[in-house]
Write a protein that binds this ligand. Structure first.
Ligand code: CO8
Length: 258
């Protein structure tokens, strides 16, 4: 399918999805998020895809929800239409891993979109923020929830109440991003992380993603039980036998996703 606001390339089992609204710093509108949800859902259903990398431009991952679009909306529009709920729901239902490769601004909905991914690799020029407070609103797709879980109350409050930006170094120190690399190396780093993941058994990759995400939803004992049962169930797969045999035979495993 041809998209207008994103570019999708699939190569070597990795779907590279690039946000592409250069005139608006990749601001998120209904069209872009709809296309993104569609592309990620298609990647989930495509057997050739084993990992997804989501990125923007060098200058901006995404500078937030489209302020021009929102300025023309009423309460009835956003509440009645449940703005972005369907699209973000679809994005967070993708079971294959999604790495956010962030260069430049990841602000408002842009920071929230990056946090919907499984982990964030940041360029050293990345800037994160929840500046919605400057517009007379607040974060609406995870900036008060996922950010708080990622970096704790003190910094999340600071970001949400002052609207200040956090640079890549502080974002890594705070636990928002997993790695920081020089801007020129961002895509190499993200693609090689994706390639590493693509080598694994998809069954255990999806199980690991599901188990980590479960930790945000349930009490510890429930989460531990969920993890243990998933671990147990992986012993029903050929890939568990192959993975352990390959280790003992000192060779690379040949996973077959079953
Ligand atoms: N929406 C629309 N257009 C944007 C946005 C945006 N969020 N950000 C930048 N642009 C546009 C600018 O209007 C400008 O367009 P033009 O050239 O036509 O005037 C172009 O991109 C370039 O921007 P600047 O000239 O401002 O570039 P600078 O380098 O001077 O500044 C900044 C870059 C700092 C990124 C600046 O553009 C900025 O502050 N942008 C807005 C950031 C922001 O406030 N983001 C939060 C938006 S609100 C939000 O995300 C809510 C999400 C939750 C939705 C919940 C639904 C339930």
């Amino acid at each position: 399918m041809a998209y207008e606001t994103i570019i999708v390339e699939i190569e070597d089992h990795i779907a590279l999805v690039k946000l592409n609204r250069p005139d608006a710093m990749n601001a998120l509108n209904t069209k872009l998020l709809g296309e993104l949800a569609d592309a990620l859902t298609a990647a989930q259903g495509n057997d050739k895809v084993r990992c997804i990398v989501l990125t923007g431009s060098e200058k901006a991952f995404a500078a937030g929800a489209d302020i021009k679009m929102m300025s023309e909306m009423s309460f009835t529009d956003v509440f009645g239409g449940d703005l972005f709920a369907t699209e973000t729901g679809a994005i967070t239902r993708v079971r294959k891993p999604i790495i956010a490769a962030v260069s430049g601004y990841a602000l408002g909905g842009g920071c929230e979109l990056a946090m919907m991914c499984d982990f964030i690799i940041a360029a050293d020029n990345a800037k994160f923020g929840q500046p919605e407070i400057n517009l007379g609103v607040i974060a609406g797709i995870g900036g008060t929830q996922r950010l708080t879980r990622a970096i704790g109350k003190a910094k999340a409050m600071d970001m949400n109440l002052t609207g200040r930006f956090m640079d890549a170094e502080e974002a890594e120190r705070s636990g928002l991003v997993s790695r920081v690399v020089p801007a020129k190396k961002l895509m190499d780093e993200a693609m090689s992380a994706a390639a590493k993941i693509a080598e694994k058994s998809m069954i255990s990759v999806m199980a690991a993603k599901e188990a980590v995400n479960r930790s945000f939803e349930v009490p510890l004992q429930e989460g531990l039980l969920f993890e243990r049962r998933l671990f147990n169930s992986l012993f029903a797969t050929d890939d568990q036998t192959e993975g352990m045999n390959a280790f003992l035979e000192k060779r690379e495993p040949q996973f077959r996703d079953r």
